[in-house]
Design a protein around this ligand. Sequence first.
Ligand code: C5P
Length: 221
Amino acid sequence: MGINVALDGPSGAGKSTIAKAVAKKLEYVYVDTGAMYRSIAYYVISKGADLSDPEQIKPLLGEISIKLCYTEAGQRVMLNDEDVSDKIRTPEISMGASKVSAIPEVREFLLELQKNIAKENNIIMDGRDIGTVVLPNADVKIFLTAAPEARAERRFKELQEKGDKSTYDEVLQDIIQRDYNDTHREIAPLKKADDAVEVDSTELTLEESVEAIYKVITDKT
Ligand code: C5P
């Protein structure tokens, strides 16, 4: 059994960038659970099914296999042997993932996969419900937050660099809507675990956030 670090928080708080950097420093495996929900949204859209209709989505789950592969080029997300790593990083898929993630069968489907990965390795797993549902006995739990405007600003810059045409206001509205979806869904809503350490990255640079998270982990392990 390896060391398990659970990293939760709202969209755009910098979880994945920070988790990747810290995992590298500690030589842990980084597990991006958001990429799994995104892959399901991608598949559902590719089949022309309704992202909010459980009856259309349930039968599709049996056709889906998701693997996280670790290559020289970093982590790649494989959906039925198709590399979808880049295709799942669009605003459409972000919102789609937020929708499918409210469906209990989708969460159950991914829960086992997530628990199994955690069993075998020293990991940092990021998501919304890792400390509360997926790994309630994690060695370290961190809840990473930042003001919505700071998160929108960072996401906006990232999208611009990729040539995406979304405006800052659209990105902010998107973040506010996803926060609402994630905190209000009935199953596994986004919330801080009672025993999680909270880190607010609003005023921190990326390097400072990495340092802060690294310190929480090394202090506790
Ligand atoms: O973290 P990321 O933005 O890639 O996640 C995309 C969406 O997947 C989130 O908005 C959330 O709705 C969902 N998600 C979730 N539980 C997780 C990880 C992601 O519900 N553990």
